[in-house]
Structures are given as C-alpha cells and as structure tokens.
Design a binder for this molecule. Sequence first.
Ligand code: HEM
Length: 215
Amino acid sequence: MKKRITLYGWLAGVSILFILYALVKNFMIDPGAASFLSHKTGLKRQLNLPVWLNVMYVHVAFACIAMASGLINFSRRIFEHKRLFHRINGYVYIVSVLVVVLTSGYMAPYATGGKITSMGFNALNILWLIITIAALVHIKRKQIIRHRNWMIRSYAFCFTNLLIHLITSLFQGFGLVYATSYTIGVYGSIALLLIIPNIIIRSIGQSNGVYSFTS
Ligand code: HEM
C-alpha cells in the first residue's frame, strides 16, 4: 500500500512542480522565449515571431491542462467515486492532447536543430495521437486494465518537454553545442517515453485494483 501511494505522490509532485515551472517560465520570466529562440540559427523558413509566440502560449497552456487533467484521472478515489467526472475530465485530456499536437505541428518545421529535429517532433506527434486513441478505444470496449496501461503510456508524453531539456543540458555539459544536444534530446526522449511507461506498467502488474498505483 505504501509503495502505491508513494508512486502517485511522486507523479503528483513532479507534475505539479513542472506545471508551475512551465507557466512561470513561459508566461512570466521569459514570455518572448528569447533564450530559447537565441539558439535558432540558419532556419530554412522565415519564422513569424508574433504567430509563433502565440502558438507557443496555446501549446504550453494546453500542455499544462493535459498534465493536470491526466494526473487527476489517475486518482483511484476519483475513478471509484466520481465516474462522470473521470469521463468528462478524460475528454478534457484528449482535447488538450489534440491542441498540443496541432500547435506542435505548426512549430515543428522551425525546430531548433533543423529538419532532423522536425522529423523527431512529427514522430512524437503521431505516436502520442495513436497511443491516446488506443486508450480511448480500449475504454469504449470496456477493457479497463488496457485503458489504464495505454493512458500511462499516453501521459508519459506530457513529460516530453522536461525530458528534452534535461537531456539537452546533459549533452551541453559534455561540451556539445545547444542545437545538437537538443536534437539528441528529442530522440532520447522518444526512446525514454516508450520504455519508461512499460517498466511502470510491469511493476504495477495486472492487479484487480484498476487504479491501484494511485492514492
Ligand atoms: C506536455 C508537456 C509539454 C510542455 C509543457 C511543452 C512546452 C513547450 C515549450 C515551453 C516550448 C518552447 C520551447 C522550449 O522552451 O522548450 C515547446 C516547444 C515545442 N514543443 Fe512542446 N511541450 C510539451 C509537450 C510537447 C509534445 C508532446 C510535443 C510533440 C508531440 C511538443 C512539441 C513541441 C515543438 C515541435 C516545439 C518547438 C520546438 C522548437 O522550436 O525547437 N511539445 N514546448
């Protein structure tokens, strides 16, 4: 029991801290994304800054909504006692994922690191959509454990930005330039986002308590 609560506690702690960080950093500390944009050199396409920035704001806002709604829906208490809320909140999550993917689709061609990074982001977009739709299809078929597992896989993608920046910083620390580190960050994230949820799913097992790793 203790292990279960600890896992949700960790998830909630990391998610809430990251939501706060993303909001404060992108809407208060650096609303013009000056530090991030300073690494975009030699872009093949002309970047329309006001449009890009507004798309980025929508992207960040809905990414935070996806993170929050996903986190809430992993709560066993809500799943067991507030089924209608769980359903409505689930659709909030799906719509948020769609908005993040659409805005990501707009920003991807201008990605730091050029075409190879753009391709990575497009792969992330396609994977996240397919995985999230799989979670929806399973619950429509009343396959609850499978729904939970695909939602764990889907929710992992909410940590894309965090992982990209962690890996980027790591490789910058090894002396690589920002753009190259960022490209490695994107592909490294794809690998981790596909591997880590499956480790978590295995450790939870096929337990009867459907949302058994939550509080
Ligand atoms: C859900 C959590 C996410 C948050 C909080 C988030 C946040 C951000 C932020 C703040 C930026 C601006 C640049 C930066 O500081 O990194 C950004 C850029 C971007 N994000 Fe996200 N993002 C998230 C998830 C995703 C996902 C899942 C994808 C792809 C499926 C994605 C695709 C992109 C793209 C393509 C860019 C532009 C990158 C560039 O210009 O080089 N993001 N994101």
